[in-house]
Design a protein around this ligand. Structure first.
Ligand SMILES: [Zn+2]
Ligand SMILES: [Zn+2]
Length: 323
């Protein structure tokens, strides 16, 4: 499924099986998670270096071939995340902050991704996947899980955690946060009773309207929904010293707000991409929790339907394409 032009539907095309170059693995795709970022790419809100592009950056695949210099055995199951390549030489790479690499290339944006039967990926950016997860269940860990985990780390030791938008990422973070002994509050659209019920099922202490303060002040909030008005809403829900972490790649404009709600050392920050260390940490932690994902599957050629479902909201857990 290729994106030829932003704001136009993805199109099903037949292509030859790609050839892995040096350092690359040839992968047969078993499943590929669909992320809100894929919606932003499709809708032209996030733009990469080339078109057409095959979207998809939560790829579960088996190795079926390899280019020169690789060591992964044929038949190994691997996961391919959003971070597809980094330069290793810029000031960020040298500081262990490869998520901010100035020359980074991202899977499904700059490099063909997993909305396909076959793909190739740089071996150095593929993760081994934990046993005990099926191909469909493990797919959402690769972005919803990873980015959510990086965002959770940005909240430090916050005990009272608010999650704004209860989709693919929040349903995973809620589980790891509970595992770490935190109390989790789910903030959704006021009338989204299904999401609120789902959040309570996953151990959240409370679920309710995102635009109103919760039952008690929060130490941290993570915003997954791409709605700028949630930033002042989350600031208003914070206790002094708290942090609002914006975990999405794109958000509508943040409305002006009074300084008073930032005062007392509250802060607002974003979280961008992932490092390979984040991936290793999270994929080790997930089976210990154990994180259980809720997925809705779509056939590869239904990629547009999956994107529509995420755009509309109301999907319980994560969407996964199956080729
Ligand atoms: Zn770099
Ligand atoms: Zn993603």
């Amino acid at each position: 499924m290729i994106l030829e032009e932003p704001c136009h539907p993805l199109r099903l095309v037949e292509r030859a099986v790609p050839e892995p170059g040096p350092g690359e693995l040839l992968l047969r795709v078993r499943a590929c998670g669909v992320c809100r970022t894929d919606v932003h790419v499709r809708d032209g809100e996030v733009r990469g270096r080339r078109l057409p592009i095959v979207p998809g950056h939560q790829i579960v695949a088996t190795v079926e071939g390899a280019g020169a210099g690789t060591t992964t055995a044929s038949g190994t199951r691997v996961g391919v995340p959003w971070l597809g390549w980094t330069c290793g030489q810029c000031r960020f790479c040298l500081q262990g902050r490869e998520n901010l690499c100035v020359r980074a290339r991202f899977t499904g944006l700059d490099i063909d991704g997993g909305f396909a039967e076959w793909t190739v990926a740089d071996e150095r950016f593929c993760f081994p996947l934990p046993d005990g997860y099926g191909d469909l269940d493990v797919a959402p860990l690769l972005c919803a899980g990873l980015i959510g985990h990086r965002a959770l780390r940005m909240t430090g030791a916050a005990q009272r955690l608010g999650l704004y938008g209860f989709g693919a990422a929040a349903h995973i973070v809620a589980q790891t946060a509970r595992h770490e002994g935190r109390r989790v509050f789910a903030f959704t659209r006021a009338d989204d009773l299904a999401a609120q019920r789902f959040a309570l099922e996953l151990g959240c202490a409370w679920a309710g309207d995102a635009l109103a303060p919760g039952p008690e002040p929060l130490d941290a909030a993570i915003i997954f929904a791409p709605a700028g008005e949630l930033v002042p809403a989350a600031l208003r829900a914070l206790d002094r010293g708290g942090v609002v972490v914006c975990a999405g790649i794109h958000m509508s404009d943040i409305p002006a707000f009074p300084y008073e709600i930032l005062w007392e050392e509250r802060s607002v920050r974003s979280v961008a991409n992932l490092t390979r260390a984040d991936g290793r940490d999270f994929l080790e932690l997930a089976p210990q929790v154990p994180v259980r994902t809720r997925v809705t599957t779509f056939a590869l050629e239904q990629a547009e339907d999956a994107l529509d479902a995420i755009r509309a909201g109301g999907l319980e857990g994560a969407a996964v394409l199956v080729p």
